[in-house]
Design a binder for this molecule. Structure first.
Ligand code: COA
Length: 160
């Protein structure tokens, strides 16, 4: 399939973003993420918490079809991948890989981020495959991270 896509980044205050843009992002999260966040959580993290972040969006036909959210510790040159999602219609086409690698590259170029880390559920094979392809390695097992018997792993990649 030949899809035209674009990747855009923002790291401004959530409340300065266009409402339509916020809605598209929230809807994608609500409709297709296993554990979506309510609007309050997005607002608190991206607006009230004082945390530095980067959201990169994947636009296909000018619609947001994917996103990745990083929290950034600029001083420590670290970034934590909070969540990544591609719409089910466009999965398996290499776009999640493009979205994540381009988002990471911007953080390396802008802030010299040298360590990326994340947590993921042990049975999420698609996400595990994506992270391994980008060089992430398991650093810890996290028992019951997502609930009883829903274990997770912490992963990390160091950029040289
Ligand atoms: C994880 C996710 C973002 C991957 O996006 P995607 O666009 O489908 O991934 P890509 O097509 O770019 O694939 C990149 C690599 O991921 C792995 N991968 C993707 N889908 C896979 C699957 N169903 N099974 C196993 N590995 C898979 C492969 O290693 C693949 O590389 P390859 O094609 O060279 O083998 C997508 O599956 C998704 O949105 N899942 C739901 C949300 C989620 O679980 N997010 C992660 C937790 S925050």
């Amino acid at each position: 399939m030949n899809l035209t896509y674009d990747i855009q980044h923002f790291d401004k205050e959530w409340d300065k973003l266009a409402f339509a843009f916020q809605e598209q992002l929230l809807n994608l999260d609500q409709d297709h993420f296993e554990r979506p966040w309510p609007r309050d959580s997005w607002e608190q993290l991206l607006s009230g918490s004082g945390r530095e972040f980067q959201v990169s969006t994947l636009l296909v036909d000018q619609k947001i079809m994917g996103f990745v959210l990083f929290l950034v510790e600029k001083f420590e040159k670290r970034a934590h991948l909070v969540k990544i999602l591609c719409h089910p219609k466009i999965r398996g086409l290499g776009l999640g890989y493009k979205l994540l690698s381009i988002s990471q590259k911007r953080l390396v170029d802008l802030y010299a981020v040298s360590v990326f880390d994340l947590e993921v559920e042990t049975n999420n094979n698609a996400a595990l495959g994506l992270y391994r392809k980008l060089g992430y390695k398991k650093i810890r097992q996290l028992k019951d991270l997502y609930g009883a018997s829903m274990h997770g792993v912490a992963m990390q990649v160091k950029i040289r």
